[in-house]
Design a protein around this ligand. Structure first.
Ligand code: A3D
Length: 320
């Protein structure tokens, strides 16, 4: 049986890390695509040369030609520009929307059967635009954000409780931005919900609120430290987790920006929700019942995403 083919559209910081991880995990053969000639070819060769030491079997190719992504099983899209200090994700909208148009058309022409994971920001609006431009089925086009946001939340919680990150689960809903909704009652240490841990004296509500805010600001914290771009190791790892669930039909329950049409009371939009990812892409959006305060936070987040989608429609006439 031929190896799966993984196309990485954008060979920058995240794209290169994705290629390295996909190779080490032997998820398939890898094509790195970018408009910046030399970068994808250089990274592909460099990673291929790590193969003898790392002992993986994977072919890597760098390219500036969409023909080379033909028949890809998975496309992970990071093409566009990242944030600099002082910028919000939303500041990237105009420039990255144009990039989504060319990428969407490239995928539609050469890899229409792929499972497509968008990472480009502002995430919820860009995954919507990418789906519109590509015309692929909604369950095959998703955005990566929730896995990363919940990983950040889990990391901070594991530091607070001084326990292994493996035993911390976390639940984050809503758009990838300042309005994301970390859900404390669905976040646990080995099954014990966070509100119970507060009652048990493991932490205080104030400390928990601080951690939730740090999670919301997790991307900006790294942008502020790096100064030249945004996070790339954890974003790449998160997208690989989603790709692996699709390629191996693992049916992982992962939060991602998925198409909701009826679920969570939404009528046709992309936003961060719990999903099951399997061989058909998004197999299910897991529609949980929210409490009053949670619903209010979620509604605010949904409104922020709708505002960005409307802004996209204002920029590109074909998107109405
Ligand atoms: P960067 O290292 O700049 O890589 C982007 C690459 O895209 C560059 O190599 C560009 O040459 C390439 N590119 C630009 N236009 C095109 C095009 N039309 N077709 C193909 N390639 C193109 O950025 P990065 O890898 O650090 O980040 C990529 C994106 O991910 C940015 O929009 C970030 O804001 C976003 N990001 C999202 C998250 C989420 O959690 C959703 C986290 C971190 C970064």
């Amino acid at each position: 049986m031929a190896r799966p083919k993984i196309a990485l559209i954008g060979a920058g910081q995240i794209g290169g890390t994705l290629a390295h991880l996909a190779a080490i995990k032997e998820l398939g053969d890898i094509v790195l695509f970018d408009i910046s000639d030399g970068v994808p070819q250089g990274k592909a060769l460099d990673i291929a040369e790590s193969g003898p030491s790392e002992k993986f079997d994977a072919h890597l190719k760098g390219t500036t030609s969409y023909e080379d992504i033909a028949g890809a099983d998975v496309c992970i899209v990071t093409a566009g520009v990242p944030r600099k200090p002082g910028m919000s994700r939303d500041d990237l909208l105009g420039i990255n929307l144009k990039v989504m148009k060319s990428v969407g058309e490239g995928i539609a022409a050469h890899a229409p059967d792929a499972f497509v994971i968008c990472i480009t920001n502002p995430l919820d609006a860009m995954v919507w635009a990418l789906r519109e431009f590509s015309g692929l089925p909604h369950q095959k086009v998703v955005g990566m954000a929730g896995v990363l946001d919940s990983a950040r939340f889990r990391h901070f919680l594991s530091l607070e409780f001084d326990v292994s990150m493996r035993d911390v689960t976390a639940f984050v809903l809503g758009g990838h931005g300042d309005t994301m909704v970390p859900l404390a009652r669905y976040s646990t240490v080995a099954g014990i919900p966070l509100p119970d841990l507060v009652k048990m004296g493991w932490t205080t509500q104030d400390k928990l609120d601080e951690i939730i805010q740090r999670t919301r600001d997790g991307g900006a914290e790294i942008v502020g430290l790096l100064k030249t771009g945004s996070a790339f190791y954890a974003p790449a790892t998160s997208a690989i987790e989603m790709a692996e669930s699709y390629l191996k039909d693992q049916r992982r329950l992962l939060p991602c920006a998925a198409w909701c049409d009826g679920e969570f009371g939404l009528k046709g939009m992309y936003v961060g929700v719990p999903t099951i990812i399997g061989a058909n892409g998004i197999e299910k959006v897991v529609d949980i019942k929210l409490g009053k305060d949670e619903q209010a936070m979620f509604d605010k987040s949904v409104d922020a995403v709708k505002g960005l989608v409307d802004a996209c429609k204002g920029i590109d006439d074909s998107l109405s």
